[in-house]
Design a protein around this ligand. Sequence first.
Ligand SMILES: Nc1ccn([C@@H]2O[C@H](COP(=O)(O)O)[C@@H](O)[C@H]2O)c(=O)n1
Ligand code: CDI
Length: 157
Amino acid sequence: MNRVGIGYDVHPFEEGRPLILGGIEIPHTRGLKGHSDADVLCHAIADAILGSMGLPDIGFYFPPTDASIEGICSLRILEKCAALAIEKGYAITNVDSTLIAEAPKVMKHAAAMKEKIAEALGIKPDEVGIKATTNERMGFVGREEGIAAMAVACVEK
Ligand SMILES: Nc1ccn([C@@H]2O[C@H](COP(=O)(O)O)[C@@H](O)[C@H]2O)c(=O)n1
Ligand SMILES: C[C@@]1(CO)OP(=O)(O)OP(=O)(O)OC[C@H]1O
C-alpha cells in the first residue's frame, strides 16, 4: 500500500542567525527566525512524512512551547519521522520538495542538502528531491521577508 503526504512551512528572516536549510548552513546575510533552527525545508518534509502516515503534525511531536527543544537541529525531527515510519511498518519511498526564496540562490547546495536529509531519513540521496524557485518578487517571499517550502512524501507498507 502506497500513501502520500503534503507539507508546507514558512519562516521569517531574522538578523544575526545562521541560515539553515536542509540541514546545512547556507551563506547569507540573515537566517530564519524560529524556536528550532528554523529549517523550513526539513519542517515541510517532516509534515509531509507525518501526513502520509495519517499522524499528527510536527508541532504535536515538537511543541514550540517546549523549552528543552529550543534551537533543535531539524535533522533530529526527520530522524523522529523515520523512526515513526519504522514503528508503524512503513518504508519511506521518496520525498520531493520546493524551496521558495528570492535569495539566496540555493540550488548549488542541493547535493549537500540531499545527503543530510537522506541520512536522517535512512533513504538514498536520489530519493530526495529538492528544487527552488523565486516568487518573481511578489508577496512576502518576493519582498525577501522570509522563505517558504513545500514537500510531498511517499511511504509504502
Ligand atoms: N532561491 C532560489 C531560487 C531559484 N533558484 C534557481 O534559479 C532558477 C530560476 O528561478 P526562477 O524563480 O527565476 O524561475 C530555479 O529553477 C533554480 O534552479 C535557486 O537556486 N535558488
Ligand atoms: C519544530 C518546531 C518547534 O518549535 O520548530 P519552529 O522553529 O517553531 O518552527 P515551525 O515550523 O513554526 O513549527 C514547528 C515547531 O514544532
